[in-house]
Every structure is written in structure tokens, then in C-alpha cells.
Design a protein around this ligand. Structure first.
Ligand code: SF4
Length: 601
């Protein structure tokens, strides 16, 4: 069932008051891929009466007051994506489209949605129940963090929103314990996965440099961020505290990863997998096209790419569902009247981490100073894709399923490191589980840039490309690799983009059309590099292009159709005045002197 969203729906359920009211910056889609609906359904399953208000009007009290006041707490999230990332480009331009808003026009979610919604609750309900922040925006902004949109280090969002508590990470366990304790009137300050503000610092916590120090000094910010980042494993993390103005932010250790049984219980809930009828009046939600017929198999990622926030939000430990639970969900999908036979994705943050985890990590926690996949795959990981092969085979035997596609990104270094089943896994995916294109994420080709990204060198990419070609030919299919590439990452120059263009053309035989422009999202290592202009591990100074024109230029170098439409291209070493200024101009690229410069773009 959908959670109630209006007084009429409350009446239909015979509920006079809700225990919990959830506010979200997205339209209300009830799906296992949408955090607010997972939390809402999880609380409902435990016996709490939960309602949801999606994208409330930010000016009037019309929406925020419509379900009354909850008996236990308010839960506030910006939605599936940080509201600033969803609403604005890194240079601050407003994005017009929104995949999580009904109708697709980006008009319903305010900037800094979590702060706005918390303030709205305070405005319309003076002495109200606790306001608890959660979701990606709150989680990634839980301590002092660099915010590119204000070009400043900001306080914890808990302090800025004047909220009572903040649940970080994947919140099911913490929220359930929280609800039970609040119901019984018990203290909650020892709960894992929780942040709160206090007048005193907590004993036995590690003190990070204060907000003021981190804001004033990049070296203190680096010390603060690394202290935070290295204390995110539930088995080894210490509690943290950070002075923010006159108060202390207390950051309890992370919640334990879910067991297989807990994962099955959560993903086995009966989601509607649809947009709430009330929101559907405004049009379709584009994200639903992909997630409606997709199956999440696991969560967490030990890839630790520096530009990605998953390690800080979902954690470095992969929790997987059982095969039985996934197959049951596939059967349920196949029975839906509008199912056309295609499961559009079977995966997680990285598709092929399902069922692969390090035994040492599960016993003793993730290594604080070592990476599981970088610079090479750790010998202790012992990847084995056997379980995934078995799952895929069973999925395609289900009545009504024509194809179960692995659309999530595949980590090719993991495939290559699995000597026993890596090749068979890839063969299986190529033969039966791609839509013709397989997505992988080399992100770049140049070693210095890859090092800044925390990605493996290009040798493993080339080895994978060869294996892919071999197995595709063997299968008698015409299939392609699709590559995710990033421009303007810290450490990346326009010469690096030129080299990437040459590499893509020569080695991958592609002309990239879609390239992601690096966005410094809160609380990633790459954002730390962007802000401080230093490599935090090697201490060396980094080139970081922060100008809108320079960043766009890096992208254009890669995607421009013709060489002569690019800027500063190889073959023409002559530097014009405009080049020095970093402008992008059409410039002739023959070895001869350029004949003319066309107007700026
Ligand atoms: S031993 Fe290796 S695979 Fe295991 S947690 Fe440490 S770095 Fe990761």
C-alpha cells in the first residue's frame, strides 16, 4: 500500500493521528530504490502509522500542515539526490529537468531542501516533536563540509537546519530503534548511525579539528576530513566530535551492515513500485522508467572511487540479498500486468560486487590504510562470481522473464581478478544479460588523473576490452562497451583531456559523446582535493580547474566532433592569447599557422 499523503487517506485507514510524518524533496514513488519509501514501509511493517508529504509548498503552510502533527517524530529528507546536486550544475546554473519530480520540470524542490523543510516545520508547529534528518543530503553533510555552490566550508546540516537528530547512512536499523526508544521515552544518544548536537563533548570520542579551524585552514580541513573518512567502518570506527560554534557535533559510530536476513526482510516488502496517484496527476516521474522493473541485489561498495560518496553513505561493506529473495521479487515483477518481459537492471552500486566480500573485513573491519581494489585488487578479497552466475541463470528461467539485464556498472578489475569464474561471468552477461551495450567506468586514461580518482591504471581496461571482444565474437553478437568518462577532475589538465581523446579514439575506437563534468559533491575525497588543491595522500599540489569556461573546455576537448573545433589541440602547439586566458575558441589545427579564429563559444 502507498503511505497516506492526505487527510482523506488517513480517514480511509481509520487513523486519527500519525506516529511519524516523512517529508521528501522528490515526488512520492513507492519503490525499493527510494530511501524515504523504504524507511516509511519499514516503520509501517513494525506497526507505526506513517504518512508522507512529498515536495511541500515551501512558502505556505498548506502542505506541511495537512497531516497534522506526528506523535513520535518528523523525518526530513531532500530526496534521492542532494538537493543542490539535483537543482544546480557545479557552476550554479539551475537544472531545468528533474527525474524525480512528476512532470519532469524542476520547480518543486527548493535548494537546501533539508534546511528549508526543517524550518517550515518549526514555523508551523512551534513546540513540536523531534525533527530527524536523513537521506543522502543529510548524510553527506553531517559534519563540516565543503560546499561548491557557496564556495565555502559549511557547518553540519544538523546545526544549520536546527534539527534535533540526524540519521546517517542506510537508516533502517537506526530509525527503527529510534522510534521504539522515543515511544518508550528512553534516551537515544548512544544509537549507532546517529549525529546530534550537545553542549559538552562526549567522552571516548575522537575530537576532529573544529568547524572554525577547518573553514579557515585547508590543512585543518584535510585533517578533519581524513579523520572522519577513516572512522566509517562499523567494526573499527570511533565516535567523533567536532566543535561547531558554541556547541559540539557528536557523531556516533556507524550502524552495522545489514545481514542477509535483514536485507531480505527489507527488500521483500510489498512496494507499489509506482508513483502515488496524487502526484501522478502532475505527470510521469522519469526515474520510474528504469527502477519500476529493476531489482536491487545488494548495497555498499568497496570501490572507493574518490569522486563517489557511496563509501561515506552506504559503507565499504557489501550486504547482499539471498538468491531466494531476489528470485521471488523477479516472479512478482513478472506477474505485474504491464511487465513486458524485461527486468531492466539486476544490480547495485557496482553490479558484480553481489555476494563478493572480504572475510577479513567481515571479521575485523575494513583496513583503514589499504584499499580493496586500488591500486590493484587485494589478494585477500578472493573475488568469485560463481554466485552471480547461478543467480543470473535462475532469473532467466522464470516464467514471463525474457531477459534480466545487468545495467549497473561492472567493475572490470574485479572480473579479471577472478581466475575461476570471471571469464564465465562475463560470457554469461554478454550472451544473455546485456541490452547490446555494457557499461563500464574507466573515467580516464592518464595515470596521474586515475591516481587522483583512486582508479586502476588503464592496463586492466585494455585487458577487459580484449576479453569482451573475444567473448562477443564467440557469442556471434554485435555488442559494445559504453565508457563513463569524467572531465575536469582535480589533477586533470586540458592536455590530459587531449590524451584521453587520443586514447579513446585509438584504443577504444570511440568518439565519446557523453562526458560527465566533475561535480564536487559534499564529503568525497575528490571534493577535498578540489577545495584544498592538494592530493591528501601524497601531499603534492594539484592543478584544479575551477573556472566554468576551463571546465567546459575540458569536456569539449573530448566531445567535439571534429579536431579543428577543439582548443589547444595536438598538432598545433601555437598558443594564442585567448588560449592563455582559457577561452574556448574555434581554432584551425593543422600544423600550419591557424588561418583565423572564429567567434567565441
Ligand atoms: S584485506 Fe584487502 S579486501 Fe579485505 S578489507 Fe583489507 S583491503 Fe579490503
Amino acid at each position: 500500500m502507498f503511505l497516506p499523503t492526505t487527510p482523506e487517506e488517513l480517514r480511509d485507514l481509520g487513523w486519527s493521528q500519525l506516529d511519524v510524518i516523512l517529508i521528501t524533496g522528490d515526488s512520492y514513488v513507492d519503490s525499493p530504490f527510494v530511501g524515504v519509501s523504504v524507511i516509511g514501509q519499514w516503520l509501517l511493517k513494525a506497526g507505526y502509522r506513517v504518512g508522507i508529504i512529498a515536495q511541500p509548498d515551501a512558502v505556505s503552510g498548506r502542505d506541511i500542515t495537512r497531516l497534522g502533527e506526528p506523535a513520535l517524530f518528523w523525518g526530513v529528507t531532500g530526496g534521492c539526490i542532494d538537493s543542490m546536486v539535483a537543482n544546480r550544475t557545479a557552476s550554479g546554473k539551475r537544472r531545468r529537468e528533474d527525474d524525480f519530480t512528476a512532470g519532469g520540470i524542476n520547480l518543486r524542490r527548493p535548494d537546501r531542501a533539508v534546511i528549508i523543510y526543517a524550518n517550515m516545520i518549526r514555523r508551523w508547529f512551534k513546540e513540536t516533536k523531534p525533527i530527524i534528518l536523513g537521506g543522502v543530503e543529510a548524510s553527506l553533510r553531517r559534519i563540516a563540509h565543503y560546499d561548491v555552490w557557496s564556495q565555502s566550508v559549511r557547518r553540519s546540516i544538523l546545526i544549520d537546519a536546527k534539527a534535533d537528530l540526524l540519521v546517517y547512512g542506510m537508516g533502517e536499523k537506526t530509525v527503527l530503534e529510534l522510534a521504539a526508544r522515543l515511544k518508550e521515552g528512553q534516551a537515544v544518544s548512544d544509537l549507532r548511525g546517529l549525529c546530534y548536537a550537545a553542549a559538552e563533548k562526549k567522552s571516548e570520542t575522537r575530537e576532529l579539528p573544529s568547524y572554525e579551524e577547518a573553514a579557515a585552514d585547508p590543512a585543518a580541513f584535510t585533517e578533519m576530513f581524513l579523520g572522519f573518512y577513516r572512522n566509517q567502518d562499523s567494526l573499527t570506527a570511533k565516535g567523533l566530535c567536532q566543535r561547531q560554534d558554541s556547541r559540539w557535533l557528536i557523531h556516533n559510530p556507524p550502524q552495522f551492515p545489514l545481514t542477509e536476513t535483514e536485507m531480505d526482510a527489507i527488500y521483500g516488502m510489498d512496494f507499489e513500485r509506482n508513483l502515488h496517484p496524487h502526484d501522478a496527476l502532475s505527470g510521469k516521474v522519469r526515474a520510474l522508467e528504469t527502477i519500476r522493473f529493476s531489482i536491487p541485489t545488494h548495497r555498499g561498495c568497496y570501490g572507493e572511487c574518490h569522486f563517489c560518496a557511496i563509501a561515506v553513505h552506504e559503507g565499504r561493506t557489501v550486504s547482499s540479498r539471498s538468491e531466494t529473495s531476489i528470485l521471488r521479487e523477479a516472479e512478482r515483477l513478472a506477474s505485474l500486468p504491464d511487465f513486458k518481459g524485461y527486468i531492466l537492471d539486476v544490480g547495485g552500486p557496482t553490479a558484480n560486487m553481489y555476494g563478493i566480500e572480504c572475510k577479513n573485513k567481515l571479521l575485523r573491519g575494513a583496513c583503514p590504510e589499504r584499499r580493496c581494489l586500488f591500486p590493484t585488487v587485494c589478494a585477500s578479497l578472493r573475488p568469485d562470481h560463481g554466485r552471480q552466475i547461478s543467480l543470473l541463470k535462475k532469473l532467466r528461467r522464470i516464467d514471463g522473464v525474457k531477459q534480466a539485464i545487468v545495467a549497473s556498472g561492472i567493475r572490470y578489475d574485479l572480473v579479471l581478478a577472478d581466475r575461476k569464474h570471471g571469464k564465465s561471468y562475463l560470457r554469461e552477461v554478454i550472451r544473455h544479460h546485456t541490452s547490446g551495450q555494457m557499461k563500464i567506468a574507466p573515467e580516464h586514461s592518464e595515470e596521474r588523473v586515475l591516481e587522483c580518482m583512486g582508479k586502476q591504471c588503464r592496463d586492466s581496461l585494455l585487458a577487459f576490452r580484449d576479453l569482451f571482444r573475444l567473448l562477443t565474437t564467440e557469442a556471434g553478437k554485435e555488442q559494445f562497451l559504453t565508457y563513463y568518462l569524467i572531465a575536469a577532475h582535480p589533477g586533470c589538465t586540458k592536455e590530459d583531456m587531449e590524451a584521453l581523446r587520443r586514447f579513446a579514439s585509438r584504443e577504444l575506437a570511440i568518439h565519446p559523446e557523453q562526458v560527465q563534468l566533475f561535480t564536487p559533491a559534499p564529503s568525497t575525497i575528490s571534493t577535498l582535493m578540489y577545495h584544498t588543491e592538494r592530493d591528501p595522500f601524497r601531499g603534492r599540489k594539484l592543478f584544479v580547474d575551477k573556472t566554468a569556461s576551463g571546465r567546459e573546455l575540458q569536456k569539449k576537448i573530448l566531445v567535439a566532433k571534429k579536431a579543428h573545433l577543439r582548443y589547444g589541440i595536438c598538432g598545433n602547439t601555437q598558443t594564442t592569447k585567448k588560449e592563455e586566458e582559457g577561452s574556448w575558441v574555434r581554432i584551425k589545427t593543422s600544423k600550419k599557422k591557424p588561418r583565423r579564429n572564429l567567434p567565441k563559444h
